[in-house]
Design a protein around this ligand. Sequence first.
Ligand SMILES: NC(=O)c1ccc[n+]([C@@H]2O[C@H](COP(=O)([O-])OP(=O)(O)OC[C@H]3O[C@@H](n4cnc5c(N)ncnc54)[C@H](OP(=O)(O)O)[C@@H]3O)[C@@H](O)[C@H]2O)c1
Length: 272
Amino acid sequence: MSTLLVGASGFLGSEVARQAAAAGHAVVGTATTTTGGWVPVDVTDRKAVRALISAVRPKLVINSTWGDWRVSADGAATVAAEAAAVGARLVHVSSDALHAGRPAPYTEDDAPTPVTVYGAAKAAAETAVTAIDPSAVVVRTSLIYGSAQGKQEQLVLGLLDGRQRGVLFTDEIRCPVHVADLAGALLELADSRFAGILNVAGPDAVSRAEFGRLIARAHGRDPSALPTGLSTDAGIGPRPLDVKLDTSLARSVLRTRLRPIAAVPGDRPADV
Ligand SMILES: NC(=O)c1ccc[n+]([C@@H]2O[C@H](COP(=O)([O-])OP(=O)(O)OC[C@H]3O[C@@H](n4cnc5c(N)ncnc54)[C@H](OP(=O)(O)O)[C@@H]3O)[C@@H](O)[C@H]2O)c1
């Protein structure tokens, strides 16, 4: 099966590429440059996306890119349209950041209520992708962790080493997901008849601060050295605060297990 992974050089994309290759897919993975041996493509360049998809003629396209509006929203629409043009199955990666935040967990039926440009772009992408291809899978996910290369790990280790400034918010709640579980879920969904939006996130709701302390502990670092504070005190404008994804549907349709973070005892760095 020929599989095109758009954004294969990314944190999630590289794990999807690893698992897809191990499962026997003929993988073509993209990045914005040739670094790492990936095929370069810019999703904001429609002609380039069309040329790539016409050349590869994939059966499956997984889009795990993000960036500014042109990448996250317009680029997602372009990838969806060009995938549909060759009849490819499409799995699109969305985000919990399209929700505004509230005490009750969000189900797949909850329409986006974005409060940031990133959230709005991810919401626009969902609208475009599902309109272009109603049979596509759109996975809403949360903070992705699982190796020292992850953005969350980089932030925590950077703060501890003084390479990064800022604080970890005590008032932002998320449901972090292990990168290997998420990648496995994307490939399982690709191989299924599932269509539409699915929440795929971990079962534990934790603040960014608590999550950071778990990461610090898993890397043998002192969790109490992490600077923490309120997002609302940071002067960075509105942000989604309490965003918990209800994953009951994912747990009923997926064989892939979404592991708890708090229940991984004696974590090694790769496990957090
Ligand atoms: N990380 C999280 O905690 C998190 C949380 C919720 C949702 N998500 C979603 O999960 C997905 C994967 O996130 P990630 O953390 O793995 O992202 P990442 O590591 O930043 O990777 C982003 C990928 O997008 C590619 N890309 C960026 N601009 C592009 C463009 N103009 N044209 C083509 N490709 C472009 C990058 O290529 P280069 O390597 O060449 O730059 C890279 O392969 C994204 O859709 C994101 O919105 C992530």
